[in-house]
Write a protein that binds this ligand. Sequence first.
Ligand SMILES: *Cc1c(COP(=O)(O)O)cnc(C)c1O
Length: 389
Amino acid sequence: MLDEVQVRAETPGVGAGLVFLDSAGSSLPPRIVTETVVTHLRREAEVGGYRAAQERLDALDGVKAAIGRLINAAPASIALNDSATRAWTDFFYAVPLREGDRILISGADYAANAIAALHRARATGATVEPIPDDPSGQLDLDALAAMIDERVKLVSLLHVPTNGGLVNPVAEATRIAHRVGALVLLDACQSTGQLAIDVAELGVDALSATGRKWLRGPRGTGFLYVRPDLALEPQRLDLHSATWTAPQEYRIAEDATRFEFWESDIAGRLGLGAAVEYLLELGPEQVYAAIAARAEYLRKALPEIAGVTVRDLGARRAGIVSFTVDGLESTRVRDRLAEQEITLTVSHASSTLLDMNRRGLASVLRASPHAFVSYPELDRFVAAVAALR
Ligand SMILES: *Cc1c(COP(=O)(O)O)cnc(C)c1O
C-alpha cells in the first residue's frame, strides 16, 4: 500500500484547502522535482550552462535509464524531447508513406495526432481511417482485424484517451497490426505514470509520453521510445542526431538519439528524471492502485447527484473520470469549482473529435485524481458538484 501521508507531505501543492483533480492536464510535482529544476537553474546562473551540465552528466544519463526501468526498455531506445506531441510526430513523420498507403487511427485519438495524420495524408496520397470502437467504447479488435491489409503502414493506438478513463487493449491490437507488418505507434501520454507500462509486453514499435501529466514532471518535457531494431530516418537531423564525418558525408546516430536535437532544457530533463525516479521508488503498481481506487470512488459518488452523468467508457478503467452536469456548461462548472479552489479541466470535442461527435458531446468535465489526493478532498469535490444546481 502506498503511504498517502508521505506522498502528500512530499507534494508542496497539496493542503491549504486546494482540491487538485487535474493530473491528466498538468499535475502537482513532488518537492524533489521542483528542487532539482531550480537547483540546476541556479547553478547555470553561477557557472554557465555548459559547466553546469558537465557537472550533472551522470544524472543526465540516469534520466533515460530511469525511463527505461519504468517502461522496461533499454536506455538507448529512448529519445528525450519537449512534449508527447513532439515525440509522436517525430516518429510519425519518419514513417515512409506513399499514395494508396493507409494510416489507421483510434476512435478517441488525440487531435494533434489526427491532424498530423491528415496533414501527411494530404501530402502523400495516403488515407486516414478510424478504427471503430466496440460496444463498450474501447478499440474494436475484430473491426481492426477486418480492416488491416498490406497497405496499412501505420496504426496509431491510444492507451488511455484524453477525455475518459478507458484503457485500450494495446497488446492485442498490436499483434493484429503486426500480422501485415504495419508499424504501431502508441500514444501513452495519459497512461505513462499512471498504469504500469511494459513495452516488451505491449509489443509496440514506438511510444510517446509527456512529463507534466501523471509522471508529475516539469512542463516542456516528454520522451519517445523506439524499438531498437527499427532503422527509421528522422525527417530532420542536426549534429547530435547525426555526425558530420566527411565533407559530403554524415552518419545518423544508431540509437534513439537520432530523434533528439543537441540543445535542450537541461534543468527540465533533470526534473523529469527526478520525477521518474520518485515514481519508481513509490512503486508504479501501488501508485496506479491508489489512482484507480480514487477514480472508482468518484465514479460511484458522482452519479448519485441528480443531473450528473459519468461519461467514461470501456471495459477497463483508469484514473480519468469524465462527466457532464445537465443544464450547466462544462466551462461554467469548472469556473464555479475553481472559485472554491477545486481544480479540474474541460475536455472539448475538438480534442477528440471523432469520439465526441459520435456521442453527441460538445465537452466533458475531466476529474483526474492522482495518489496525492485524499478521500476527504474527493468528498469536498463531490459536495461542491452537488451544490451547483
Ligand atoms: C495531453 C495529450 C497529448 C499531448 O501531450 P503534449 O505533451 O501536450 O504534447 C497527447 N495525447 C493524449 C492522449 C493527451 O492526453
